[in-house]
Design a protein around this ligand. Structure first.
Ligand code: AMP
Ligand code: ZN
Length: 115
């Protein structure tokens, strides 16, 4: 998707600090970390938000793959004590970047409920 910052990050047109990458997903450090470890996990395919994910076999495979990799990414980051995986969706969800992404936060005690 043209003019999408995370599409550009996935395509290496904009630099980022990579943690994990394969053909379908990319994980990189958040620019403004809200915890000692704060990374973003994105599908390389553009979805504006979780609401654009369909029940097509392709989308289910991709999102299933992303979720199945979270534990491995948490291991890479040393999150053996636990973590939080967050998706902000739409205006009320305070989503600011319109490319589907999951925040993975850890290495501090996270409060609940989030603000
Ligand atoms: P959200 O508010 O859920 O849409 O999250 C967007 C996240 O993207 C925020 O935590 C930002 O700090 C982060 N972010 C925005 N631009 C970049 C960038 N170029 N590299 C890394 N993280 C970014
Ligand atoms: Zn995009």
């Amino acid at each position: 998707m043209e003019n999408c910052i995370f599409c550009k990050i996935a395509a290496k047109e904009i630099p980022s600090n990579a943690v994990y990458e394969d053909e379908e997903i990319y994980c990189f450090h958040d620019l403004e970390p809200q915890a000692p470890v704060h990374v973003l996990i994105i599908p390389k395919k553009h979805f504006a938000s979780l609401n654009e994910v369909t029940e097509s076999a392709e989308d289910k495979e991709l999102l299933g793959h992303l979720m199945a990799k979270v534990g491995q990414i948490a291991d890479i980051l040393g999150l053996e004590n636990g973590y939080r995986l967050v998706n902000n969706c739409g205006e009320d969800g305070m989503q600011t970047v319109p490319h589907l992404h999951f925040h993975l936060l850890g290495k501090r005690k996270l409060t609940w409920p989030p603000g």
